[in-house]
Design a protein around this ligand. Structure first.
Ligand code: SAH
Length: 254
């Protein structure tokens, strides 16, 4: 007997940014698995069981959800934002790859969500309007020297860079080091956007420059977008500035 497993993206926080497809998958599930604060965003439905776990328990959560789906249940695993961006969908695939054959027989659906960098970008203009990349600054799952190499390559390649996981309690220095690294290659005037808890009541979005970026507080709920040499800030009277990266690049800059 094979059940069904949906890995569902909840979007950044505002319920209006949850897709109808995700809403439907949540409503149809008999059991929900996920990090506690994400599960709290899903309205309670009668008869539906919830299995909240800690953020660091991705593997055991994936295994428990796969076991239950393999035994015939309809299960949903939730992720903030998009489940494929530094989140549960890849963890789930990793477990399926190394787990028992019964897990490969499970009917798996990955339901996309609005990822944090898109929600932050939309609040401030169009910083991702030209070529960009996304990097997680967490060195829990990769060595820090690899993070530095990728930051260097992204800056040298002229990409706008979205930085996920800038800091955590266990990783207090990584963001400062990343900014220091980027300053070696990019002008101090490069626009930097900070989006905190976008779509939630405590949302805060601000703009500064690379030269001043380490003066802005960041936490685990913050996504940082570092512009490229083309990214511009447009001041507006009585309104927040617009940050955008033009659609066209005329020539290769130094
Ligand atoms: N799957 C998620 C990302 C998980 S990694 C997604 O697609 O958005 C967790 C990181 O995402 C956080 O450290 C932060 O950098 C970013 N993030 C998640 N939700 C956010 C929000 N509402 N506002 C700003 N950044 C957010």
């Amino acid at each position: 007997m094979t059940g069904h497993l949906a890995v569902v993206g909840l979007g950044p926080g505002d319920r209006r940014q949850l897709t109808p497809e995700a809403d439907e998958a949540l409503a149809r599930a008999e059991a929900l698995y996920g990090y506690g604060p994400y599960l709290d965003r899903v309205p309670a439905r009668p008869g539906q069981h919830r299995h909240a776990s800690d953020n660091r328990e991705e593997r055991s959560r994936a295994a428990a959800a796969l076991d239950q789906a393999a035994s015939g249940a309809r299960v949903a695993v939730v992720s903030g934002g998009d489940p494929g961006v530094f989140a549960m969908a890849a963890a789930m695939c990793g477990e399926i790859e190394s787990g028992p054959d019964s897990w490969r027989a499970v009917d798996l659906a990955i339901i996309p969500g609005i990822t944090a960098m898109l929600a932050v970008a939309a609040r401030i203009g169009a910083p991702l309007g030209h070529d960009f990349c996304a990097l997680s600054l967490s060195d829990n799952l990769k060595p820090w020297p690899l993070v530095e190499r990728r930051l260097d390559a992204a800056a040298a390649g002229g990409f706008v860079i979205a930085l996920y996981n800038p800091v955590s309690h266990a990783r207090p220095w990584q963001f400062g080091r990343a900014i220091e690294r980027l300053r070696r290659q990019l002008p101090q005037s490069t626009p930097v956007v900070f989006g905190r808890a976008v779509g939630r009541p405590d949302e805060r979005v601000s703009v500064t420059t690379l030269g001043a970026a380490d003066a802005t507080p960041v936490d685990m709920a913050t996504l940082v977008i570092v512009g490229s040499r083309e990214t511009r800030i447009i001041a507006r009277p009585g309104r927040a500035p617009l940050v955008y990266t033009p659609r066209a690049v005329a020539e290769v800059s130094a």
